[in-house]
Design a protein around this ligand. Structure first.
Ligand code: XMP
Length: 513
């Protein structure tokens, strides 16, 4: 195993991600918790010091325990981690002096190529990502320089005798394109063979949940989405019936969705599940409302109330489980730090834990979406479930521009089910990030048989995307679109016109509201 000492960088988790990709097991511990007892107990084969926001020149700034340098395993220091190493080993770090560097930089080799740099400097220089105000001004004894950038004369340094390596840039981020190679070289020279798997991750996650929860009770809000489902199954495997799931049915779900979720969790997995059918409440409060933000706010507020009501009925629950992923964690920290404009009020249960006095269990906090899917497979969730397109918390409410009525929702459900069925039949489901139908708040005139119709129009939406932040419309063939429109208009009573939305994001958004 490998120990990552976290000095508070926003991208520490990315180090863990890079290591998991190399099938190396690692644990992140905040620097405050890293004592020699912890190190000895964990017995790491290598240690990485992360970056961090502080300055080692500031009195009282974070340090590693001094004896960690005598522990005898390879250490890699990154950015602040490099500066900590230098400072604690007798080198010197200075602040500012016009040598701050943020963003893309190029590192060139100095002398011989060390094993850490195998596969590097194939070109004259390597692109790296820098983000530092301070820099090393004097190396600790035993260290030499193996790479420099215009503003970081000590961009890559090493003490080969002790297997200590220290770099000024961030090899874990995307903008250091070859950064993975550097991690790979580091773990190989530390003796890792790369035999760790998602199965091992699962076992470790289960152990941690048991340790955190003990014999107490946990509640989990199920949405039917992949993240909360994987979290629920994982936690159930860890603590069995100490977990109760609450599935809030707001009446804005897709065709058969509630039944499928209940069947899957209650019947297949035997997970205690409260199916809270609150559709009357939600649809009642949404009656006559057509403003998108008002809809979102009403749904968000009711969701919390209802969830709380049902959660309160579970006596002695002390924990709330959430399927928070790592990207949610970074987004909420916000890289820029600047205020950002609210485009849409996303539906979440953010304030709930404090309000209810619950502690959080978030077993997916370290994972990215694709890793959650892999964990889901490991837990035996069916592929059809794991590969499901994302579905927004406010559900069909935001796919029904204008006023929401039961009639419109019923029509929308049928049309949506046909569209998805078409996509599956044509083998396109997995190529598409998300697909759905929106029912438009207009009626149009048509002719069917010999009669006049005056029914709703609908829009098909299908997009490709990596993370939902940007998206492009999916280039269906005209045959596919024609066949799908014909099916919807023929099979769904209440729709007589079908359009295909070819807006990208930006400037559009994926959902219509
Ligand atoms: P937009 O419409 O903002 O959507 O381009 C981006 C992605 O987010 C989903 N979405 C939501 N997900 N609660 C959610 O859990 C919400 O309130 C919400 N609004 C949008 C949307 O389906 C798409 O995948």
């Amino acid at each position: 195993r490998l120990l990552i000492v976290d000095f508070g960088s926003q991208v520490t988790q990315l180090i863990a991600r890079r290591l998991r990709e190399l099938n190396v097991y690692c644990e992140i511990h905040p620097y405050q918790n890293v004592t020699m007892d912890l190190v000895r107990q964990m017995g790491p084969r290598a240690i990485i010091f992360s970056g961090g926001p502080d300055s080692v020149t500031r009195e009282g700034s974070p340090r590693a325990p001094q004896e960690i340098f005598d522990y005898g395993v390879p250490i890699l220091g990154i950015c602040y981690g490099q500066q900590v190493m230098m400072e604690q080993l007798g080198g010197q770090v200075v602040s500012g002096h016009g040598t701050a560097e943020f963003g893309r930089a190029y590192v060139a080799p100095t002398e011989e190529r060390i094993a850490l740099l195998n596969g590097w400097f194939l070109e004259e220089r390597e692109q790296v990502w820098m983000s530092h105000g301070d820099h090393v001004s004097e190396l600790a004894s035993g260290f030499r320089v193996y790479g420099t950038s215009p503003h970081a004369p000590f961009a890559i340094t090493a003490d080969l005798e002790r297997n200590f390596f220290a770099v000024q840039f961030h090899p874990e981020v995307h903008h250091t394109p070859n950064g993975r190679t550097l991690y790979e070289n580091f773990v190989r020279l530390a003796g890792f063979t790369g035999d760790w798997t998602m199965d091992a991750y699962k076992e470790e996650a289960i152990r941690k949940i048991r340790e955190q929860v003990g014999d107490r009770k946990v509640i989990c809000g199920l949405s039917g989405g992949v993240d909360s489902s994987v979290a629920a199954v994982l936690i159930h495997e860890a603590i069995g019936d100490q977990l109760t799931c609450v599935f809030v049915d707001h009446g804005l779900l897709r065709k058969n969705e509630a039944e499928e979720v209940v069947a899957m969790f209650r019947d297949n997995y035997n997970i205690p599940l409260i199916h809270a059918d609150e559709s009357d409440l939600f649809l009642g409060e949404l009656d006559g409302v057509s403003d998108p933000e008002t809809k979102r706010k009403i749904i968000g507020r009711l969701f919390i109330d209802v969830f709380q009501k049902h959660a309160d009925s579970i006596e002695g629950a002390e924990f709330l489980a959430q399927g928070t992923l790592y990207p949610d964690v970074i987004e909420s920290v916000s890289f820029s730090g600047g205020p950002s404009v609210t485009i849409k009020s996303h539906h979440n249960v953010g304030g709930l834990p404090e309000k209810m006095g619950l502690k959080l269990v978030e077993p997916l906090r370290e994972l990215f979406k694709d890793e959650v899917r892999e964990l889901g497979r490991e837990l035996g969730l069916p592929d059809s479930f794991i590969g499901r397109h994302p579905f927004p918390g406010p559900g069909l409410a935001i796919r029904c521009p204008g006023e929401i009525t039961r009639e419109k929702l019923a029509i929308l459900r049928e049309a949506d089910a046909i569209f998805i069925d078409q996509i599956r039949r044509h083998g396109l489901y997995d190529e598409i990030w998300q697909a759905f139908v929106a029912i438009l708040p207009v009626r149009t005139v048509g002719v069917m048989g010999d009669g006049r119709t005056y029914d709703f129009a609908c829009a098909l939406r299908a997009v490709t995307s990596v993370d939902g932040m940007t998206a492009d419309y999916y280039p269906f063939s005209h045959d596919f679109l024609g066949e799908t429109a014909t099916r919807i208009i023929n099979e769904v009573k209440g729709i007589n016109r079908c359009t295909y939305d070819i807006t990208s994001k930006p400037p559009g958004t994926i959902e219509w509201e």
